[in-house]
Design a protein around this ligand. Structure first.
Ligand SMILES: [Zn+2]
Length: 160
């Protein structure tokens, strides 16, 4: 089983060890924290690619999460910032939508980093159906994060 290890350093100085495997079990280790996780998004986005390209782009995606960390943090701040008016969406539903919107935005940000820094994400040969899956990944992540953000920012104007 192939595996790829990378030592990375983010633009804001964070160092990490990234391990990705053919079996789609990945690990991002920071000096004080290890985050092993199954690569659900990467499994989806890398269909149809050869093993070398798949592992390289998967490692790049994990690094992309670290590189773009300020994006989801600022987005979270925007959602949680106290504002005038009662939010349209409240309670448990609001909590889960914040979590999901936060996650889909971060996936889109990490993958934008991949596309911007490694052209193989879009140019590497892969079957048509796999290109379709990749397009679907983009569509879902982008649509969900935009629509979720709009819904969460809506305020009830009548309640004053
Ligand atoms: Zn991801």
């Amino acid at each position: 089983m192939q595996q790829r290890d990378e030592h990375v350093r983010t633009w804001y100085g964070l160092e990490a060890e990234i391990t990705v495997t053919e079996a789609n079990l990945h690990r991002v280790a920071l000096p004080s924290l290890s985050l092993p996780h199954p690569g659900v998004v990467n499994w989806f986005a890398r269909q149809g690619l050869d093993v070398d390209t798949r592992l390289a782009l998967t490692a790049r995606h994990e690094f992309g999460h670290l590189q773009t960390l300020p994006v989801p943090l600022l987005h979270l701040l925007l959602l949680l910032w106290p504002r005038r008016g009662r939010p349209r969406l409240t309670g448990r539903l609001r909590f889960w939508l914040i979590l999901l919107t936060h996650q889909t935005l971060w996936e889109a940000a990490a993958e934008t980093y991949v596309v911007a820094t490694d052209r193989r994400a879009v140019t590497a040969p892969r079957p048509r159906w796999a290109r379709g899956l990749y397009a679907l990944f983009w569509g879902c992540m982008t649509a969900f994060s935009i629509l979720g953000t709009i819904r969460l920012l809506q305020r009830d104007q009548s309640a004053r």
